[in-house]
Design a binder for this molecule. Structure first.
Ligand SMILES: Nc1ncnc2c1ncn2[C@@H]1O[C@H](COP(=O)(O)OP(=O)(O)OP(=O)(O)O)[C@@H](O)[C@H]1O
Ligand SMILES: [Mg+2]
Length: 432
């Protein structure tokens, strides 16, 4: 025996004599013969039942149904065995033809031997076929394991990709939130710095400006009195008068800026007191009522009586209403320029109690605000007014004041229809 372990053979040979002869020789070499078959059908049955290591298969055998010789019976049997229980098969044949060899090898025959069989050749072929078969099985198992591993890796990769995507989305979201937070902090920082600066600037500006204002008045007066023909040409007098007027206008603009800055710079430490929300509305109207009349604004007041008080600084609230009314006036004038005849500028101011809140609205039927501007409305220095006419601080300061007293300031607007600002404050209910 050429190997340490003996092999289990199934011998398939239609001639009982040859069959027995081969079996005896195999046993003499130390191998086992687990079964003997005499046609292809038996070969398959015994292979399934006895599970031999090697099938030694005659190729030409009689068909058990017809009794006729079939030179491909062994090839068919091999095919059936490989389909049901893959086992190494060695072909034994009396004929040698290229076609038969090719067919046999396609069917799964591992070696092809010519009769009469040389027992040593059979043993060598059996060993090689058996070893190759075992290698193939190992390879197949490895391959299957590899496929399983690939599948698992693919699954893991897919999951990893999913996690990565999720993580990326989260990072983007967080970054966005962070940017928003940062923008808020910068905004607040800016406002705080501005607040500090404002007090100083106002203080520094008030003195020289009131002096300039006084001097401008005096220059204007002098110009009017000195209008003597001959000294200056009429055009030059006219120019001088214009300069005087411009001076007044520029000063008025400076005063507006200072007014904004004054409220802005007001210390937030003044403790808020209970205020009837109607009170700052009346106070601001006292200042602008006449101007509204001149500008043909129909003022509609719907102020609820007996509002619960809110906790606030009434002067700061007055400034908020002045800002809102001044903005409304501007928007009404803008609209008048493009509106059809019969347009009536209308400004409606209301107050009412809404649950635990006290609400005021300032509503105009002016030009309205386009959506992209609405987003930036409360940002400091956002203005659509021509350069020099607006500071863009009115609304940002107003909102800061309102939030300082626990309230909200919001805006709804439709271009060409008008704008409504809504202020809401928590009602102050005293304990006693
Ligand atoms: N009632 C309104 N109708 C239409 N647009 C408005 C109204 N109120 C505010 N706006 C828009 O918001 C912008 C910002 O207003 P904000 O009061 O902050 O500054 P401003 O009015 O431009 O400057 P300032 O208050 O110094 O005069 C205005 O320029 C204007 O475009
Ligand atoms: Mg304004």
């Amino acid at each position: 025996m050429l190997t340490e372990h003996s092999l289990n053979f199934l011998v398939v040979e239609d001639s009982p004599l040859s069959n027995q002869f081969i079996c005896n020789m195999l046993r003499d070499l130390g191998h086992q013969v687990v079964g003997q078959a005499y046609n292809a059908q038996e070969a398959l049955e015994l292979t399934l039942r006895l599970k031999p290591d090697i099938v030694l298969m005659d190729l030409q055998m009689p068909d058990p149904l017809t009794g006729h010789d079939d030179e491909r019976a062994g090839i068919k049997g091999t095919r059936a065995i490989q389909a049901h229980r893959p086992t190494p098969v060695i072909a034994l044949t009396a004929y040698e033809s290229a076609e038969l060899i090719r067919e046999a090898s396609e069917a799964g025959v591992g070696a092809y031997l010519i009769k009469p069989p040389d027992i040593y050749a059979i043993e060598r072929a059996a060993l090689v076929a058996y070893a190759r078969f075992k290698d193939q099985q190992t390879l197949q198992r490895l391959n299957e394991a590899l496929q399983r591993e690939i599948a698992i890796r693919e699954q893991l990769e897919a999951r990893l990709q999913e996690y990565t995507d999720q993580l990326e989305r989260k990072v983007v979201e967080k970054l966005y939130e962070l940017e928003q937070e940062q923008a808020k902090v910068i905004h607040l920082d800016k406002l705080a710095a501005l607040g500090e600066m404002a007090t100083g600037i106002v203080h520094e500006l008030v003195q020289p400006l009131s002096a300039i204002s006084y001097e401008a008045d005096y220059i204007k007066l002098l110009i009017e009195q000195a209008e003597t023909p001959g000294i200056l040409s009429p055009q030059e007098w006219e120019n001088l008068r214009k300069i005087g007027e411009n001076l007044k206008e520029d000063l008025a603009r400076c005063k507006r800026l200072i007014d904004h800055l004054r409220t802005f710079g007001r210390s937030a430490n003044i403790p808020p007191i209970p205020v009837d929300l109607n009170q700052p509305i009346y106070a601001s109207l006292m200042l602008v009522n006449v101007r509204l009349g001149h500008r043909n604004v129909d003022l509609q007041l719907h102020l609820a009586e007996h509002l619960p008080p809110i906790l606030a600084d009434p002067y700061k609230l007055e400034q908020v209403f002045l800002n809102l009314i001044s903005n409304a006036e501007y928007a009404l004038e803008q609209q008048r320029r493009v509106a059809p005849a019969g347009y009536q500028k209308t400004l409606t101011i209301t107050t009412q109690t809404v649950g635990e809140m006290v609400e005021a609205t300032v509503h105009d039927n002016g030009c309205g605000i386009p959506p992209e501007a609405q987003e930036r409305l409360f940002q400091p220095f956002f203005t659509t007014k021509p350069q020099g006419e607006g500071t863009g601080l009115g609304l940002s300061i107003s909102r800061r004041i309102v939030t300082e007293f626990g309230g909200t300031l919001t805006c709804e607007s439709v271009v060409g229809e008008g704008t409504k600002f809504t202020l809401r404050f928590p009602a102050f209910r005293s304990e006693n």
